[in-house]
Design a protein around this ligand. Structure first.
Ligand code: SF4
Ligand code: SF4
Length: 120
């Protein structure tokens, strides 16, 4: 099992191999038109270990409406899978600010807030 699949399964608690690519999830998704990957394609890429799915727009466009899970004949809850992919992206330890360059006379609460929001 590739690391991406095992991480998504660990975070979501879902069995992605249950999916047989019927497409019912994507057919009923109200946000599908805004997505760069359809929900069933997301599952396929995770199973293949294709890490491009972590940088896709789809998990961030997902409205968490649970429609896909309700329609799925295999009870795969894609809402949880989208959440897992967002978590993986957020945990990539990317620092968007350099703490050593932040002015030292900033209020402490601003420093704590910036550290939480903009560092990995
Ligand atoms: S509805 Fe379920 S089985 Fe069908 S493609 Fe979507 S996740 Fe897979
Ligand atoms: S939970 Fe997300 S992926 Fe599923 S139907 Fe709703 S918007 Fe689409």
């Amino acid at each position: 099992m590739n690391w991406l699949l095992s991480k998504v399964e660990e975070l979501s608690g879902e069995n992605l191999y249950a999916c047989y690519q019927c497409g019912k999830c994507s057919a009923g998704c109200p946000m599908a038109n805004e997505m760069d990957l359809l929900p069933n394609q997301v599952i396929l890429l995770v199973i293949r270990g294709d890490e491009s799915v972590v940088d896709a727009k789809t998990p961030w466009v997902c409205a968490q409406c649970y429609q896909c899970g309700v329609r799925c004949p295999k009870n795969v809850d894609i809402t949880k899978i989208m959440e897992a992919l967002r978590l993986i992206k957020l945990r990539k330890n990317i620092d968007h600010i350099k703490l050593e360059k932040v002015k030292k006379n900033l209020p402490q609460i601003a420093l704590v807030s910036a550290t939480r929001k903009y560092t990995g």
